[in-house]
Design a protein around this ligand. Sequence first.
Ligand code: C5P
Length: 311
Amino acid sequence: MSAPVTARVAAKVNLQLAVGGLRPDGFHDLATVFLAVDLHDEVTATPADTLRLTAEGPEADQIPLDGDNLAARAATLLAERHGVAPLVHLHIDKAIPVAGGMAGGSADAAAALVACDALWGTGADRAELLELSAELGSDVPFSLVGGAAIGRSRGEDLTPVPVGADLHFVFAVADAGLSTPAVFRECDRLRAESGGGVTTLEVPDPEPSPRLLAALADGDVTALAAALAGANDLQPAAVSLRPALAATLDAGTGAGALAALVSGSGPTTAFLAADAGHAERIAAALRGSGTCRAAHVARGPVAGATRVARR
Ligand code: C5P
């Protein structure tokens, strides 16, 4: 019997999320700037008689534990590729908000790939893990590599970018999750309603913001704060589906956050702070505001999915 293997994986926030047109395959072209932040899940793979999943953490009851779980699909895909049976118990220790716009499910899939590859000795190299990740979901490749990167196409086509300083954030967790496809659909609906186009033929190609990338490279939080304003094209859609998010954004701004944004497709909201102490003060104010279920401080960039020593 092989010893259990644990992989640790970070959440992400999209500092920019420029959404292009709807493609014939149902995805949208993106130009996004991902940052991995130190809110971590851990996935432990243990040999078992059948593929099974368990989960722990404050939101564990909201995690689907069937074959649809992205971590289970990751294990199945890796096993199929290497002609091994996916006889593994995956235990997810979850700190990343569920359905929160922080790629929690994608993170668990990336961690499951790393953990199962080590458990089974399948020896997949980086290129294969990246290819399997892209098959599993648009955010899974970034969960694997971490750091900071531009994501193009569906988000899976990555180019690492430099970050000149540790960045401090607060993440406010909402009472219930939002479905990513529903938020993209709402983005299209709002575009159509305002007389704009929806498809790739009508919407200009999304581009990464040079101003945001320069602020990131310089580690200039003031310039970054300015560049974050309006940088998430999914924010109006998330707020449209969950109007209460406007109060959370206002509460963080009122508490002195340098910038307030919806994280990815939401409903988690992200607040940029000047330093770690500032982040703690904003988090305390958000917890007391009654506009969110929890508030966590987190810094980035941090590494992607990594095997950790046995528990
Ligand atoms: O790739 P992933 O499975 O995470 O995507 C979930 C859903 O989010 C897609 O089925 C699609 O509806 C939407 N999506 C999109 N454009 C992207 C990424 C995701 O429309 N670039």
